[in-house]
Design a protein around this ligand. Sequence first.
Ligand SMILES: *Cc1c(COP(=O)(O)O)cnc(C)c1O
Length: 482
Amino acid sequence: MPDVKFFYGDNLPLEMHKARIVQKLELKPIGQRAQAMAGAGYNTFLLNNSDVFIDMLTDSGTNAMSDRQQAAMMWADDAYAGSETFVRLEKMLKRVFGKSYFLPAHQGRACESIISQVFVEEGSVVPMNYHFTTSKAHIVLNGGRIEELLIEEGLDVESEHPFKGNMDVQKLESLICELGADRIPFVRLEAGTNLIGGQPFSLENLRAVGRLCRAHGILIVMDASLLADNLYLIKRREAACAEMTIEEITRAVAEECDIIYFSARKLGCARGGGMCLDDGDLYLKMRELIPLYEGFLTYGGMSVREMEALTVGLEETMDEDMIGQGPEFTAYMVDALKDRGVPVVVPAGGLGCHVDARRFLDHIPQEESPAGALAAAFFIVSGVRGMERGTMSEQRDADGSENPAHMELLRLALPRRVFTVSQLGYVMDRLQWLFDNRDLVGGLRFVEEPEILRFFFGKLEPVSDWPERLAAKYSEDFRDSL
Ligand SMILES: *Cc1c(COP(=O)(O)O)cnc(C)c1O
């Protein structure tokens, strides 16, 4: 039995907030959903939200704001330079991470662009626990390449390892010996490792990576976009940290890192992003690029209202009652689906529930995008929008050959404090139906394929008339009009 208060009964998560503003949802009939999916080229990114019932595409910019965040937006101080709003945000970040300097940016990938431009050059190699789409793209764009040094269990969807986001320290040591520290501008560690199912690293692992990097004079850059979930999971799963407060864990994590960057669309439940660091020389180098690409130093592309919401959001992230809401709702969903035999990534991480499309649709070959097909099929039968996180989300190699992803996942993101337990119940019910009828789902192939980050705009078509057959069966079972 968990020792935290936001549970009741048989481990059901309890909302530690109430809804005071609501948004009406519409569940369109299956015929219209199937049509909308076809119109969107079977890519859930291209759906209109008006056709979506429950939007689990992402947690990016879709988390619920608190009353205090909304109120703070009203007292934002509009100024191009030197606004009070910026001073408040800077102070809060100093309190949370204990770093001397803060550079604002319009969102997470802007930080990745700046860090890559400053540190990565032709021939650079950036070791990391695992890549994120935009972080890899920026490193490659600047002439570098990445080396993923995740522990073996990290890629095993069925492994119950509590810290699947850990880096293999021995592999990192070998790589440093092989290449020499000069080729390695920094080691990137991603908190709540997104593409492998929101999986955390442990403080112990981070400290081991830190010792090794310091011994070789290599910087550690942490992608803290999904840090909140990682902090909570450290507290729950790492015995040595069980008695620490979230603030203490945050400081201990931050101490190991030279640069911390984040997307405030996730961390802090607001918009925007930024970078925190202690080194004055690095700060000056990175600072030059902010006015060029982002905006003046006291807003960096963020509106003052976003910055106020972020300041309060960061403070609320440190709230022990609040920080567990995301990961505990995710755990509830992951555990329940696992009990029903639906293949999901275990143990539950942050961010959302990740359905293992390879096992779910084991009759669809990887070339026909099982994860993309599952995302499309699930939208048709439920109105729930998830996101493909598999081969479609990878880029082709320089010679044009496919780069098969390690995992084929349908991600059902749980924006923080947005959906209720009964809405999760609906999602699981429809997913179960689809699992029982999985033979009806077929593959997809590209008809329009952009070269960079193709998953955003790419269009696909079904390899057969399977969407029609799937919709017909659903319509029969649920008396939903075609
Ligand atoms: C979302 C995300 C980013 C990019 O942030 P944006 O604000 O969307 O640009 C970078 N890294 C991770 C781990 C993310 O989840």
